[in-house]
Each structure stands twice: as C-alpha cells, then as structure tokens.
Write a new protein. Structure first.
Length: 277
C-alpha cells in the first residue's frame, strides 16, 4: 500500500499543467452552465405565499424581503462554517492538536462544534475500517481537445483515501458538503445540455464534479487503480455518506465540459457586445 501511495503522490508532484497558451476554466464554473436558472425573488414570493400564515414555519409572518435576508444570512453562516469545518478536518487528518483551534472557533458556535464532532467520528471510522489517508485539497487539471483547440479545466478535490479489499488496492475520492440537504431528484426541472437526462438537483452536480476529478486522476495523472467516489454530508444531525446513483462516462464528461465552455464563451461575447453599445 505504501508503495502505491508513494507513486500517487509522486504523480501529483511531477505532472504539472503544460505551458501552453489556452483558455482555462474551473469545473465549478462549467457545471454552473448545466443548472437551470434560479430566480430567488420568484422562489421567495412562492415561499411567502405558502408559509406566511403557517405558525409552524420559520417563514411565518415574514415578508418577501425578510425571507431573502434570511437566506443571505444563512448562506454567509454556511460558507463560514464550511471553511472552518474543512480546516478542522485537515488538522485531524494530519494528527495535529486542535484543542486551541477548538477553543477559538467553537465558542458560541454549537452547530460548528457538532459538525466537527461528526467529522471526527467519521474519520475515526474510516481509519478503523482500514482506510489510509493520502492527501487533501489537491489541484487537478484536464486538457480537453476539440477541433484543434485545447482548453484546460481545473478543480480541487477534498480528500483521497486508499483501502485494500480482497488483496486489491482501491482509491476512495471524497467531497465534503456542509449543507442541510442533498437531493438527487427534482420532479420539476432537469439539468441542461448533455445532462438533460439528470434531474436539476444538488447531489447530481456534486457527483458530476467527483467524476471530473476521477477522470483527471485517470487520464491526466495516469492513475490505474479503481476509484470509488462518495459525497459526505455534514448537516445539523448525523453525517451521511452518498455513493453515486449514476455512472458518468468519460465521453459524457467531455460533452459536458465542451457544453459549459461554449456557453461561458458565448456569455462573455454577448456581455462584450452589450457593453460596447
């Protein structure tokens, strides 16, 4: 196992993005292009109409403006806790003493304390089950070739583990999610372009991102070991682990990347035309 781990880390250290003149795109910006439009004002109005007179709802007697402000504050808190949770996971994985960090960051933040405790429980379970931590926050890239033009797509995964099963070496690619809800179905809306067979739901977008990392590992970094992917969610209750309900082929991933790049470039051109009027 140690030899395989060493080979993987060496590939990350030696394989760098080529020094070529081409456009760069992040995988997150590309996946944003397959999502349907979200009109928060319209959704806030629907929320207002549905919950204004419901005493059991957190939106009871709230105006549309107050609902929008609640969402804004919730999003800001979630981003802050997500960043802190990621810092904590890093310390645990590196076997660092986190006691001072806990004192500073858990004060008056019971939700973060709970999420960190759940993260530690999960990491201890993984360790006891034989999972070996390899690395985290690793920058990856992939070169997409289309009609003589190259595009570089980049992203960064959360954590990579290895484990042995039946004397075979496997990799385990994980994305941490600091969110209350992960869904894979949406009876009202589908994703766009090459993803139109998938529901417009957060879980499907997370899985697409993990598959991108998987193909980066296989095709850019030459990693031949089987790679499993999972989403780990840290809500306000117990942590949850989601395996992929879909298989995303390399061919489909290339189509998704090209679709997103074309859409981003078109938006850029339209914005430029609009600003020149």
């Amino acid at each position: 196992m140690e030899q395989n781990k060493k080979l993987i880390l060496e590939s990350f250290n030696t394989i760098k993005a080529p020094d070529i003149k081409c456009e760069h795109f992040s995988i997150s910006s590309i996946l944003d292009q397959v999502k349907g439009e979200f009109n928060k004002e319209e959704v806030a109005l629907k929320t207002y109409n549905k919950h204004f007179n419901n005493p059991k709802s957190k939106y009871y007697q709230k105006t549309v403006e107050q609902i929008l402000e609640m969402w804004k504050e919730s999003g800001s808190t979630s981003l802050s806790n997500g960043s802190l949770l990621d810092d904590y996971i890093g310390m645990v994985l590196r076997d660092e003493d986190a006691s001072l960090w806990e004192l500073d960051n858990w004060y008056d933040n019971e939700l973060l304390k709970h999420k960190c405790s759940e993260a530690k429980i999960l990491l201890e379970k993984l360790k006891l089950a034989g999972f070996d931590f390899i690395c985290r926050e690793q920058e990856l890239f992939y070169i997409l070739n289309h009609e003589g033009t190259q595009y570089l797509v980049h992203g960064r995964f959360d954590a990579l583990f290895s484990f042995i099963k039946d004397n075979n070496f496997f990799l385990y690619l994980i994305d941490w999610k600091n969110t209350e809800k992960i869904e894979f179905t949406n009876r009202f809306q589908k994703l766009l372009g090459p993803c139109k067979s998938l529901d417009d739901a957060s879980g499907n977008l997370y899985i697409l991102q993990l598959y991108f990392y998987k193909y980066c590992l296989e095709y850019t970094f030459g990693i031949k070991f089987p790679i499993n992917i999972s989403i780990v969610q840290f809500p306000s209750t117990q942590h949850k682990i989601y395996a992929s309900p879909h298989v995303i082929s390399k061919e489909l991933m290339d189509e998704i990347l090209l679709f997103g790049i074309k859409k981003l470039k078109l938006k850029r051109e339209l914005k430029k035309k609009e600003s020149s009027k």
